[in-house]
Design a protein around this ligand. Sequence first.
Ligand SMILES: *Cc1c(COP(=O)(O)O)cnc(C)c1O
Length: 419
Amino acid sequence: MLKVTRQTDPDLAKLVDLELERQEHNIEMIASESTAPLAVMELTGSVFTNKTLEGYPGARFQAGSHIADQVETMAVERAKELYGAEHCNIQSYSGSTANYSVFASVLKPGDRVLSMRLDQGGHLTHGSPANWVSKIYEFDFYAMDPETELIDYDALEKKAEEFKPKLIIAGASSYSRLIDYERIAETAKKVGAYFMVDMAHIAGLVAAGVIPSPIPYADFVTSSTTKTFCSARSGMVFCKAEHAKLLDKGTFPGALGSIQLHTMAAKAWSFKYAATPEFKAIMEQVVKNAQCLAEELTKHGFRIVSGGTDNHLLVADLRNKGITGKAFQNALDSIGITVNKNMVPFDPEKPSVTSGVRIGLTAVTQRGLKEGEIREIAEIMNEVANAPADEANLAACKAKAQALIARFPLYPAGAFDEN
Ligand SMILES: *Cc1c(COP(=O)(O)O)cnc(C)c1O
């Protein structure tokens, strides 16, 4: 794959080799990561990258679009069929820009938006003070019930009635439970707000029918196509037919420029792949593995936020174990297991320290790990948490982690050979 780069820029080729080696020997448990199938790699590197086009199939601003039009139409039709959606705009470059497209479609400066608290699982693009959207729109936030650590739907409704938002957003980066879309849709209807679900993390699970879909309930559904969807670094937006014109205009020229035909082609491949029994089986196993890890960590004395998980991720509260999120993340990283520090609901620690870690099961499940291996990983995690500064302990844990993952190749042997 790197034949030309190897000749023209060996320094850079070396970095690619090192990254492949890192991924190969690492137990990847960052909840937003997954492994792109080889076809996605091929298509994102294909000649489609050369074509500049603005507009939509049949109404482009540039010539030479007849093949591109077929690609975009194929991607849209497959996406609509996979998710049972009335309309899809496939031009987003990422989950973030998918959200910006919807904002550009339905909001005016100063409009109000209600979303989930960022320190409890919401995303930067849902109104973080650090993100530009908070300078244009007025955000308020709903929270978890401190007892159950689930969304407090009654409080959400009360807040919506007082705040009168134009848009309500559901969907999160570190929420391990199912969301009651029907309930929030009712609230949105009651207060006259649009309802948008950001399914960036769970799009693969939804596609496989492993967890309920937000599509029937939301006006707009946005997503990244990495994460559980396991495709190109890109995005997508679905909506009800009645909003189709609004969304298309909001996306182009409202929020984006020319299309990225190469990732669009990769997404088209993935919409076909996501309908196969193979993908469905992986997604089913992702949830089983997440539930297994939650149970095993609980046995080892970790507290799992909300008591468990219904999807691909869990948040472990480390306070019982006397270690911070930051220290645990770093200790695990040193032995080749990657997770990220994460706030637990109502966390007393700073965001740079945290009391928890977020753990995702997508990438390891794609490599073929099942409950037996997940139990081993829980044991290793426990050994690390119990003596995170003991070099001999860490060395022993690293040896176990490497031996485990070596049994499950990242890609088939020879996948990247250059002849
Ligand atoms: C990751 C994520 C995004 C952003 O997706 P990118 O593809 O990284 O831009 C948006 N919303 C949520 C809830 C996410 O978790």
